[in-house]
Design a protein around this ligand. Structure first.
Ligand code: 5GP
Length: 241
């Protein structure tokens, strides 16, 4: 597989085309951003960690009947993925009400509701990724109703699989953001972005310590050390699966 030109240069990732039009290479950067790019810093080793954690989580979903874009790991910072047509929507899965949802609803950060919550957001940086409803998403031709049903089903199944897996590793999945695309090879709707402590809140079940990007957002320090803990715990649990 030959790596060709840069087709997307994001805050935390780059995407390169390859000689196969159905395959791309994802490269994870050492950069971390928050609050829609307002806060930004470089952390040596961070890209290698998000690459490895994402490979483990996406690979686990692939192995358990949820299709994702992840194919294989190339090296410390890069992975081979399926090319997709982007669907500019995000579905956020919440086991707890934390972060912006806690602020919006005026409840204590980390409140545990009896039900899981799924939020549909319009992936649009200029608008700040606002909540959008199904009718609005269809009206903007971002997705069809059946595609939205499928995305919700994928998120419910993935949320459960990841919650259970992380629990075995002593980590609570607080929330997780899923992005989707239409695969260039089969046309299927698949998960098409990373899953890592950059995109999911993960708390240590014993200590309650935050092991995710909130360490950067809230200036708690030790972000790279926390991501390393997540990786080690995940590797240990997947070895015994
Ligand atoms: P919040 O709405 O509290 O910012 O985020 C809810 C969850 O979705 C968190 O796990 C957060 O990391 C993830 N999330 C939502 N939007 C984004 C985004 O634009 N970038 C990243 N990296 N994560 C996001």
């Amino acid at each position: 597989m030959t790596k060709n030109e840069l087709i997307f240069n994001g805050n935390e990732k780059q995407v390169f085309s390859t000689d196969d039009p159905t395959r791309v290479i994802f490269r994870y950067k050492d950069v971390t951003t928050a609050y829609h790019g307002v806060k930004r810093a470089r952390f040596a080793g961070k890209g290698a960690l998000t690459n490895q954690i994402s490979a483990l989580l996406l690979g686990y979903l692939n192995d358990n009947g949820v299709e994702t874009h992840y194919i294989s790991t190339i090296d410390e910072r890069e992975q081979l993925c399926r090319m997709i047509e982007i669907i500019p929507l995000e579905v956020v899965f919440h086991n707890r009400i934390a972060g912006s949802l806690a602020s919006k609803l005026g409840v204590e950060d980390g409140m545990k509701p009896a039900n899981t919550i799924l939020d549909l957001c319009y992936n649009n940086d200029e608008l700040g990724d606002p909540l959008i409803n199904r009718d609005q998403a269809v009206a903007l031709k971002l997705a069809t109703y059946p595609e939205l049903d499928l995305m919700y089903d994928i998120v419910r199944r993935s949320g459960k699989l990841l919650t259970d897996l992380l629990h075995k590793a002593g980590i609570e999945l607080v929330d997780a953001k899923f992005e989707f695309g239409r695969a260039a090879d089969t046309g299927a709707i698949i998960i098409s972005d990373e899953l890592s402590p950059d995109t999911c809140r993960m708390w240590d079940e014993e200590t309650g310590e935050r092991l995710d990007k909130d360490r950067f957002r809230l200036d708690l320090g030790d972000m790279v050390a926390s991501y390393s803990i997540v990786l080690e715990k995940l590797k240990n649990v997947l070895e015994t699966e």
